[in-house]
Design a protein around this ligand. Structure first.
Ligand code: ATP
Length: 366
């Protein structure tokens, strides 16, 4: 892994009055660039040649400098990294950035200073490690089954490397598990031999609250030992299965699919706001214990509520998530922290601006 010392040595050559916020062009990049512009930063977009005109077509969210690549892995090339460094680029990693470039490549080969703690890539990217993190936090998590033979109730089977829920399936017994796996192979959705985890299926309502943890500020919640935690928004993913009723009276097989297709806004029933903040404070404190300094900036908890179980956390996304794109001008929660429209993208830029003012930019880069 590239050492922090090396990243800070590179950062020390930066002109802090001319930092440019950089990322790969994607939906989230529009919010990131829009927010960066509102905070007065220059911006750099990285786009595939063919995509460039599309991302340049948004006058208030297109990057000031556009760098074209044939393949996203080109960002790892030495000359490309040198170019970014020479432009004082500070990378904001969003989901597509990590997916296209690869978490391991970022950790081992990417020297351009990046906002946040790179160790979150390591802790979040592996289901077992992520589970340790959720357990360490002491929040409720779905039960895990170590073998299909143990299945004694509804489970969801998650294939490794599956993106956005694709190929996930449900089963309630060992024989149903085998039958479904076989069906997926026959339909060409999986090849067979893939690794998977078997997790308790949690019935209930899904919520994806978006948080921002600022290490520049003092703790603002009980149980939070460091940083200020803000609840900046909330969404719910729209998955194919969410529309299953449209095929009624039969259940059409193709609707039994957890692939994410979009996001919709949501708020929680009012008394639950305490549960959400408490869970987020626990996850933040656990992150600090496991991989100091822990979380820096945006993260999202993927949760399911049921009156009998309360909230269950089934996944953590330790970065800006696509659901925040619902709120480029702020959310139903953000006005309680800020007088001005505050998107997650803008909040990141605000943090960088504040760190520069305090002479603490290096505190945001690990
Ligand atoms: P991403 O990495 O984009 O967050 P993913 O591929 O890891 O997505 P998950 O977010 O883990 O996928 O899950 C996809 C969907 O599967 C969830 O949004 C939810 O609808 C459903 N799901 C996941 N885990 C459970 C669970 N334990 N119980 C019930 N539903 C679940």
């Amino acid at each position: 892994m590239i050492s922090r010392e090396e990243l800070l040595r590179i950062l020390s050559r930066y002109d802090e009055r001319d930092i440019r916020i950089a990322t790969i062009c994607s939906h989230s990049s529009l919010q990131i660039f829009h927010g960066a512009r509102l905070e007065g930063f220059g911006t750099i977009g990285i786009a595939l040649r063919g995509n460039r005109p599309y991302y340049e077509s948004f006058p208030r969210a297109s990057p000031e400098i556009m760098l074209e690549v044939e393949n996203y892995k080109d960002v790892l090339r030495k000359e490309f990294q040198e170019k970014l460094i020479s432009e004082n680029a500070l990378i904001i990693p969003h989901g597509s950035f990590v997916e296209y470039v690869g978490a391991e490549n970022i950790l081992e080969r990417f020297r351009v200073p990046m906002f946040g703690n790179r160790l979150t890539l390591y802790w979040e990217g592996d289901r077992e490690r992520q589970r340790r993190w959720i357990m360490e936090a002491g929040v409720r998590a779905p039960r895990r089954y170590s073998s299909p033979d143990e299945i004694d109730g509804p489970v969801i089977v998650k294939l490794h490397g599956a993106k956005g829920g694709r190929g996930y399936f449900r089963a309630s017994s060992p024989s149903e598990f085998r039958r479904r796996l076989e069906e997926l192979k026959l339909r060409g959705i999986i090849r067979g031999g893939e690794e998977y985890v078997i997790e308790e299926f949690i019935p209930g309502v899904r919520f994806y609250p978006h948080f921002f943890l600022s290490l520049l500020e003092a703790p603002n919640l009980p149980g939070l030992e460091h940083g200020r935690l803000e609840l900046l928004g909330m969404d719910r993913r729209l998955e194919i299965i969410d529309e299953v009723y449209r095929g009624l009276p039969e259940i059409i097989e193709d609707y039994l699919d957890y692939t994410v297709a979009g996001n919709i806004p949501v708020i929680v029933r009012e008394k639950f706001i305490v549960d959400l903040l408490e869970a987020a404070a626990r996850i933040s404190s656990a992150a600090r214990r496991l991989f100091s300094p822990g979380l820096i900036g945006p993260f999202c908890l993927e949760m399911i509520y049921h009156p009998r179980r309360g909230f269950t956390v089934f996944e953590i996304s330790a970065r800006i998530v696509a659901g925040t794109n619902l709120y480029p001008m702020g959310s139903p929660y953000s006005p309680y922290y800020y007088d001005e429209p505050m998107s997650m993208g803008r909040r990141i830029a605000r943090e960088i601006k504040r760190a520069i003012e305090l002479g603490r930019l290096s505190d945001l880069i690990y």
